[in-house]
Write a protein that binds this ligand. Structure first.
Ligand code: ADP
Length: 609
């Protein structure tokens, strides 16, 4: 039976990628199989009992494609007497890194081109590093354009020794070096007479013979749930593709992250009821007990997958906008999508030397190691142990673009050592004792909009009504808790994060918290909402216009800002992003303070304050 090799070619515009593939096809009279044929072949060696498995086309960075991003990767299909091939051809232009990462995520092997006349370049290192990052285990270095260096053995050996030194770090399962000339055709399909000193294989022979079977250590049974199907009242099936192992009716399985256990009642594969199923098959599984299972959960048996919120990962940044720690993204891993924050950038990796470089920001095409914290518990594993549950993408919450792809290095022990102590005196008891429902009333608006004035009056009234309150004010917090923070982007994010965490603790103590922060960026307010919790967060947009605020200029700050004395002043030299879904909006212009507070009190009542 013919096996299939999925590979990628890596090289810059003039390195000769297309010539190389073109020559191989032409020389060997390889047929370009049409897409359907190739799939048919693949399905035969695959797991779909000979039927065409179109999902093969959707391998790789599936999530990336679900995002609907046009990626410039062309897949070509061809077949020789001994093997079928799919090659991902990624054009060598500007968006190359992103395309290559997508191509690499699909491939078992990479052919990395090196121009013999130029030697090992930064891009050779970059390509090798991205392949390693995306989990490619087998690499062929095609040292091309040997004709330009007179087929010189010395040149080849020099490049070989440099590559061998470089690649130690990547720990590829196999790596092979072949001196070739893509234009002339040396060592592509026939051994070249011009390089008698080379005793290895031709590129085609090597690609036909190499064994890329994945020998991962994954054991047990793993089924990430994609969908819960409820065609009628009696049946509740959990659907997905088995990633590891086998399952049979009667097996005891566990649901992660909950840890609940049950037994398999029935299994369906392609509408047919079966007794057992194995890796690669898409199934619908019914359990004996009514336990909670939803998309993103994983059914397992005998595995040691991690359940947690925090991990360290290596990421490839693909966004035009730079990465700043503290920003919020959606993290998509397997079938699960959760809000997540990049807590810190531990270091960047110099693509050239592999050195760890300290960094506060990350720019497009850079690779870094970061700590990531998810809003909910997720099921994951080290990429090394488990490809599918070890890699993820980060999606920008505003633009919906894929900002990064990454692989998990390890879970954060910090989290393992910390346990949230559930106290006997709960938030619920504390709030009942105070006879109120704890909320954080988050006022946002320009400087001078009236936030502090309103909060001061509001608190007096609430106090008089017997409510238990606490005020967190921008300036006051910056004089104490946050006095080590300035006004640059990372500090600003951290300022709001700390305030939100403190507000949450005060809510847990049963208090109504009133905050007064300009908080000009939607993302930061969203982060605060996430920390404090949707049910407790009441956003009040004090929408007083810039003209009115500037006219009031209570603290003389607008005058200073206009005079260039204050950089990053919201509304003047830095943007203010008005909330689009605030619970309450209030414009204080043309109202007395009394009238504004009356209005606010009435509105707040509706939100349970
Ligand atoms: P912020 O805290 O938003 O920077 P401040 O409360 O410090 O704003 O300043 C608002 C100014 O506007 C105060 O001088 C206040 O007296 C004045 N003001 C006029 N009308 C109102 C109103 N209806 N509500 C709140 N403040 C008002």
């Amino acid at each position: 039976m013919q096996s299939l090799l999925k590979f990628i070619t890596c090289g810059s515009v003039d390195d000769g990628k297309s010539t190389l593939i073109g020559h191989m096809l032409y020389d060997a009279k390889l047929i370009f199989a049409d897409q359907e044929k190739a799939l048919e072949l693949d399905s035969k060696v695959g797991s779909n009992d000979g039927g065409i498995d179109y999902s093969l086309l959707l391998d790789g960075l599936m999530a990336e494609r679900e995002q609907g991003i046009t990626i410039d990767v062309a897949y070509r299909y061809f077949t020789s007497d001994r093997r079928s091939f799919i090659v991902a051809d990624t054009p060598g232009h500007e968006e190359y890194t992103r395309n290559m990462a997508v191509g690499a995520s699909f491939a078992d092997l990479a052919v990395i081109l090196v121009d013999a006349s130029k030697g090992v370049l930064v891009q050779t290192r970059r390509h090798s590093r991205i392949c390693a990052l995306m989990g490619i285990r087998h690499v062929v270095y095609a040292i091309n354009k040997m004709d330009l260096v007179d087929y010189d053995q010395g040149t080849f050996e020099e490049i070989s020794s440099e590559i061998t030194k470089m690649a130690v770090e990547y720990n590829f399962a196999s790596q092979y070096l072949i001196p070739v000339s893509a234009t002339v055709g040396d060592n592509i399909t026939k051994i070249s007479k011009k390089m008698p000193w080379y005793h290895g294989k031709t590129l085609l022979a090597y690609l036909e013979e190499i064994d890329v079977t994945d020998k991962t250590d994954a054991t047990g049974f793993v089924l990430p749930i994609q969908r819960v199907s409820r065609p009628n009242r009696e049946y509740r099936g959990f659907q997905g593709q088995i990633e590891v192992g086998e399952v049979a009716v009667g097996d005891e399985i566990m649901v992660l992250p909950s840890g609940n256990k049950s037994k398999v009642k029935s299994i369906y594969n392609m509408m047919e009821q079966v007794d057992s199923a194995f890796a690669g098959q898409a199934v619908s599984i019914e359990l004996e007990d009514e336990i909670d299972v939803s998309r993103g959960c994983v059914l397992v048996r005998d595995t040691e997958l991690k359940v947690g919120k925090m991990f360290t990962a290596k990421i490839l940044w693909m966004d035009d906008a730079k990465l700043v720690a503290g920003k919020n993204y959606y993290l998509k891993l397997g079938t699960n999508t959760v809000p997540a924050v990049i807590m810190n950038i531990k270091h960047k990796i110099d693509v050239n030397t592999g050195a760890k470089v300290k960094a506060e920001r990350l720019f497009k095409n850079e690779i870094a190691v970061c700590d990531i914290s998810c809003a909910d518990q997720i099921v994951f594993d080290k990429f090394k142990n488990h490809k599918d549950l070890g890699c993820f993408i980060l999606i920008d919450r505003v633009t919906n673009m894929t900002s990064a792809c990454g692989v998990i290095e390890h879970s954060l022990r910090r989290e393992g050592n910390l346990t949230w102590h559930e106290m006997d005196i709960t938030r619920d008891l504390r709030s009942k004792q105070k006879g109120q429902s704890p909320k954080t009333v988050w006022l946002t608006g320009l400087s001078g909009a009236g936030k502090s004035t309103l909060i001061n009056e509001l608190e007096k009234r609430m106090f008089a009504a017997g409510k238990h309150t606490m005020v967190l004010d921008g300036d006051n917090v910056r004089m104490g808790l946050n006095k080590n923070l300035g006004f640059k982007e990372t500090d600003r994010i951290e300022n709001i994060r700390r305030v939100a965490e403190v507000a949450k603790l005060m809510n847990d103590a049963g208090l109504i918290v009133l905050t007064s922060f300009i908080s000009p960026f939607a993302q930061d307010r969203q982060n605060a909402r996430r920390i404090i919790g949707e049910d407790s967060f009441v956003e009040v947009y004090v929408s007083t216009s810039l003209e009115e605020c500037e006219k009031r200029d209570v603290k003389g700050l607008y005058k200073k800002a206009r005079g260039g004395e204050i950089p990053n002043f919201s509304g003047i030299t830095s943007p203010y992003e008005p909330p689009t879904h605030a619970e309450i909006v209030i414009d204080t212009a043309g109202q007395t303070v009394e009238e504004s507070v009356d209005h606010l009190m009435k509105e707040l009542e509706k939100w349970g304050c």
